[in-house]
Ligand binder design. Structure first.
Ligand code: HBI
Ligand code: FE
Length: 297
């Protein structure tokens, strides 16, 4: 870790109880140590998405970007964003080193804390990087946390994750698929047409175009079990996008106890990412042009 490595802070007594630092991987955002290049990377990525997303991203996302005052003034300070976030939906950004163990990640969400990587990608990684960086986490995920219904969904998801973690790896897999096909790569029907809300899409120039315009992928109506039982790919654009009708629909989907669903799915085989089922509400049956043919994860 370079000499600018963020200091680890002891997250002792917080307003949500004792949170030992080893369990959270939470650090201070080393804002003063960001280089000119780091700020330029943020500005380049932001400017590209600001030009591309109007008419593509849902209005709730665009409103969130506006309300946070995100712009081309370089990497924002988490403390500034937390002032807006805290008084709106009670969420808090916490700076982390990167991907966290599932149960640590779920615990943050269950307590209305969203983990954001403190580092940003290098200029040569503008269009692809292997794990979520600051731009993906902050620009992709955070604006929608100002939407009360979506904010409640994210906390309900975290609580569900804590339960799934206790049940076992299959349950966790089902839940990870739910996150993948909604929070990361979800689409939503609106009066103006189909729009993006998934963080993995809005933070990606290529996929922001592909997910709505390309004939190749399927676009299918969201169903909780359908999504939990569908494999996904991490190495290409999605082969199927699931479409919700509202954030309320998403939140309602998390109301039931998932245990019987996990039990039903446990012994079956999951659908492939590209599958279209007879029971699906199909908005677009993809041409599969350019699809990878090896197995999905
Ligand atoms: N950790 N920091 C971080 N950010 C994530 O988005 C994240 C994670 N750990 C696990 C994880 N996501 C996925 O497994 C979710 O599906 C739970
Ligand atoms: Fe993400």
């Amino acid at each position: 870790m370079d000499q600018n490595a963020p200091r680890k802070v002891e997250h002792q007594q917080t307003d949500r109880g004792y949170v030992p630092v080893y369990a959270t991987g939470v650090v201070e955002q080393p804002w003063a140590s960001y280089s000119r290049t780091d700020h330029d990377v943020w500005n380049t990525l932001f400017q590209r998405q600001r030009e591309l997303l109007p008419g593509r991203a849902c209005k709730e996302f665009m409103e969130g970007v506006e309300r946070f005052g995100l712009g081309e003034g370089g990497i924002p300070k988490f403390a500034d964003l937390n002032k807006v976030l805290g008084k709106t939906t009670g969420w808090e950004l916490v700076a982390v080193e990167g991907l966290l163990p599932d149960e640590v990640f779920f615990d943050h969400l269950a307590n209305r804390r969203f983990p954001v990587s403190w580092w940003i990608r290098k200029p040569e990684q503008l269009d692809y990087l292997s794990e979520p960086d600051l731009f993906h986490d902050l620009f992709g995920h955070v604006p929608l946390l100002l939407n009360p219904v979506f904010a409640d969904y994210m906390q309900a998801y975290g609580r569900g994750g804590m339960k799934a973690f206790g049940i076992g790896p299959e349950a966790l897999m089902n839940l990870t698929r739910l996150y993948w096909y909604t929070v990361e790569f979800g689409l939503i029907n609106t009066d103006e047409g189909m729009r993006i809300y998934g963080a993995g899409i809005v933070s990606s120039k290529g996929e922001s175009i592909y997910c709505l315009d390309a004939p190749a992928p399927n676009r299918i109506g969201f169903g909780l079990e359908r999504v939990m039982n569908t494999r996904y790919r991490i190495d290409t654009y999605q082969q199927t996008y699931f479409v919700i009708d509202s954030f309320e629909q998403l939140f309602e989907a998390t109301r039931p106890d998932f245990t019987p669903i996990y039990a039903r799915l446990k012994d079956g085989t999951a659908h492939a990412a590209a599958d279209v089922l007879g029971s699906d509400r199909v908005f677009n049956r993809g041409t599969r042009e350019g699809f990878a043919t090896d197995a999905d994860t």
